[in-house]
Write a protein that binds this ligand. Structure first.
Ligand SMILES: Cc1cc2nc3c(=O)[nH]c(=O)nc-3n(C[C@H](O)[C@H](O)[C@H](O)COP(=O)(O)O)c2cc1C
Length: 201
């Protein structure tokens, strides 16, 4: 199912077509495609080229590790994410490897890597649904994540499915129009809350 963004201004179709569904299809994601998703993440920019991201990933065919990846998720997310082909966690290293100083952009850079992964996924007919609804300490225990690294977000990846397979409240959300704040609300010039002239109407 497609759910393109009703964009205010023209954008690339890959960005318009990226969205976060909860209904996923039965088709598995090949190892080759998975390699390309993480290759896309690899080429994200990062502060000092630190590349603070790591990913813990399980395909649903790997039953043991897929079950482990479901454990930290809140029940709301388990309900739909259990049907995805792939589950994962994006993890940030919180200090610079070279001098152990705090890296205040670690989460930011990890998000950039996830954004590129999501666009690569869209180009391949896949969708990524990220999740904050999980317990980071459970993730730490389940995956043995060391001190100095934090699980930032969980994510589900898969080919699109049928919204009719979702339970009712989720089905409505799946079919609801997508919405965003207008661009003029968050692009400013000169001082806070003054819309930039090129986005004021
Ligand atoms: C960091 C992050 C955390 C999110 N957490 C959840 C979550 O726990 N459960 C969920 O169903 N969706 C979650 N989402 C999906 C957002 O609700 C979704 O991205 C947002 O509504 C915009 O919709 P779109 O991605 O389809 O454009 C999360 C997205 C991000 C980026």
């Amino acid at each position: 199912m497609k759910n393109p963004a009703p964009a205010e201004f023209p954008i690339h179709e890959l960005i318009a077509n990226r969205w976060s569904p909860r209904a996923f299809g039965d088709k598995d994601v090949s190892p080759e495609t998975l390699r390309s998703l993480f290759e896309a993440a690899r080429w994200a920019p990062s502060s000092s080229n630190e590349q603070p991201w790591s990913f813990l990933v399980a395909t649903r065919n790997d039953k043991e590790n897929f079950a482990k990846a479901l454990q930290p998720l809140v029940e709301f997310n388990v309900n739909w994410a259990k049907s995805a082909a792939v589950l994962g966690f994006a993890v940030s290293e919180l200090a610079f490897a070279k001098n152990k100083a705090p890296n205040r952009n670690a989460q930011y850079d990890t998000g950039a890597a996830m954004a590129l992964l999501s666009i690569e996924a869209t180009a391949r007919g896949l969708f990524v649904h990220q999740m904050a609804g999980f317990d980071p300490e459970t993730a730490r225990e389940v995956f043995n994540i060391p001190v100095g690294f934090d699980a930032i977000a969980a994510f589900a990846v898969g080919y699109p499915g049928d919204a009719a397979t979702l339970p009712q409240p989720l089905r409505d959300r799946e079919l609801a129009p997508r919405s965003r704040k207008p661009v003029r609300d968050f692009v400013m010039t000169g001082q806070w809350a003054q819309p930039a002239p090129f986005v004021s109407k």
